[in-house]
Structures are given as C-alpha cells and as structure tokens.
Write a protein that binds this ligand. Structure first.
Ligand code: 5GP
Length: 183
C-alpha cells in the first residue's frame, strides 16, 4: 500500500516493514554485543512501542528481563509534552542495566521525564533504543539515545505501533502525513 487514509488525513509510505525488520535485526546484534554477559531490563513505552519491542526482543539473544510502562498520551499531531505520570515502572532497577525502548523520540520531553524517574532508582546504566528519531524536533539532547532505527524529518507518522487519534497502530509499514494541518 502506497498510501492510506485515516479519518481526515492521507498518509504516504515512508518505511516498509522489510526495512524496519532489517534495521531491527542490526540493532539487536549490536545490543547483544554491547550487553554481552549482562542481563539488562528492557522497558517498552506503551502504546507505540508494542510492535517494535516484540520484533526487537525476538531478535535479541541475551538473557534479559522485559517490562512495559505507560505515560500520558499524545493527542492529535502535536506533542504536548504534558506528561503527568508513569504507570508500571519496575521498582527493582537499582544496579541494573536498563534499556528504554521507544517508538519515536520527537521533542524528547517524554523521554526526559521517563529517564528522571528511572535515575531515581540508581540503575547501573541507562540506554535508550528508539525506532524513530526526529532530530529537528529534539529540544534536549540525551546521551542515553544510543540506538536509533531511523532518523526522520519533522513530520507526523503513523503505523507499526504509532497512531493517529488512536487509529493506524496495526499498519505493518510506517506512513507520513501528506500535508500537516495548520496550527
Ligand atoms: P516527545 O515527548 O518526544 O515529543 O514525544 C513522544 C511521544 O509523542 C511518542 O512516544 C509518541 O507517542 C508521540 N509522537 C511524537 N511524534 C509522533 C509522530 O510523528 N506520530 C505519532 N503517531 N506519535 C508521535
């Protein structure tokens, strides 16, 4: 499918599932090398990361633990950075190697908040693995963002876990909005 319609918007193909799978396999190989003989805790950020997390973890060979957290969600096409609470954060991260798995890092405000909460537990290391990164939208730099699937332009994307008004998460490929609404 080269384009899809979701509610009022037309989206066109940006990344095919094949490209995503190949990149995911390479990231998993890199993680296996970097975390050799350690046992990290992978923490997926719901809802957007559910497909990436599943595909990534199927490729990772190391022994590891897996959990998910949920933060307040994104509304429409503009990140509001208005995060209130994290649900489900494991409480035993002290001295652990933590890998946060994100679908997308846009302004980085969500990540700021999540990392702040994780650091309170004094883990031994924290890294971030994000499928997508929008470098132009980033407001704070994070040295923790060590694993990036694809850098994309500052445009709204859906599919492969990412939604538009709750829809489109089940699309296999990633699509970008054909024209942005004027704000
Ligand atoms: P940030 O706090 O980095 O600005 O945004 C983080 C969250 O905003 C992501 O986890 C994601 O839920 C949402 N988000 C940011 N950009 C996009 C986008 O292009 N498409 C979709 N569907 N969600 C996005």
């Amino acid at each position: 499918m080269n384009s899809v319609r979701i509610e009022d918007k037309i989206f066109e193909i940006l990344l095919e599932n094949d490209q995503i799978s190949k990149r995911t396999r390479l990231i998993a190989i890199q993680l296996d090398v970097d975390y050799e003989s350690r046992c990290p805790v992978f923490i997926g950020v719901l809802n957007g990361s559910f497909l990436f997390m599943a595909d990534l973890l199927k490729e990772v060979k190391m022994s590891c633990e897996v959990g998910f957290i949920k933060v307040s969600s994104y509304n429409g096409t503009e990140s509001n950075g208005n995060i209130k609470e994290i649900f489900g954060l494991p409480e035993n991260l002290h001295n652990r190697d933590v890998i946060v798995v994100e679908d997308i890092v846009d302004t980085g405000l969500t990540l700021d908040y999540i990392l702040g909460e994780i650091y309170k537990q004094k883990p031994s290391s924290v890294a971030v693995c994000t499928l997508l990164l929008k470098p132009e939208a980033l407001r704070t730099s994070h040295e923790e963002v060590e694993y990036v699937g694809f850098e994309i332009a500052n445009e709204f994307v859906v599919g492969y876990g990412l939604d538009y008004n709750g829809l489109g998460r089940n699309l296999k490929d990633i699509y970008r909005a054909k024209s942005l609404e004027s704000h």
